[in-house]
Design a protein around this ligand. Sequence first.
Ligand code: ZN
Length: 257
Amino acid sequence: MLTPFYFFAFLLGLIIGSFLNCLIWRIYKNESIGGRSYCPKCRKQIDWYDNIPILSFILLRGRCRHCQASISWQYPLVEFITALLFLMTFMKDSVSPDFTILLLRDWLLVVTLVIVFVYDFRWQLIPVNVLWVMSVAMFILNLFLGFNYLNIIIYGAIGGAFFLIQYLLTRKKGVGEGDIWLGLFLGLSFPIASQLIFLLISSYFLGSIIALSLVLLRQKKFKAKIALGPFLVLGTLLTLFFGPAIVEWYLSFGGLL
Ligand SMILES: [Zn+2]
């Protein structure tokens, strides 16, 4: 019965994903958000039929129609993953009584996570102005979802402080200033102790595994810098979809937390 809605959620995710690709580039280049998309190489405007998510990439065989410059795999990948995450959040939230507000919050969360992941992965930077706007949105939407305002603020502060302490301890080398804002954003998004703890543990766990594998595979030197943001994004997605179930499973053993 919900199938047409699933299809719509996926389709909307594709369109938003395509918009995010463009937005990420424009934030990086400090350009205005309005105006038509263009090829970054030859700067020719991209016609609508060459701008269809995923499909155009396949039809153009990953090359610009005008200058034949190859289009990054980032484009179809971001479109597909955003679509998948939009569909997954829709399926997760459709059973909730607060369906619409919850879905709006989770879609905005997904949008922010995609931006942070790509941006930090490509340029080792976190777009803090995006985080500021989205932090306000998370605060307001969590208020509507019935969280106490003081609770949301406290968890935001804990999230920010967690990275601020590391930032000061590592003398600005390990953790960047952007990670502090990301911590604040995540605390405001997850004002529940068990979930915020799970989020941080799973992010660091994933980060350690991947960093260690890269060292073992001799892809990175032990001291090479690996951006923290992408791991926090992965840990957040894990928390969003599986956090409550895993925490409940853990507590069913009479957990130690
Ligand atoms: Zn071109």
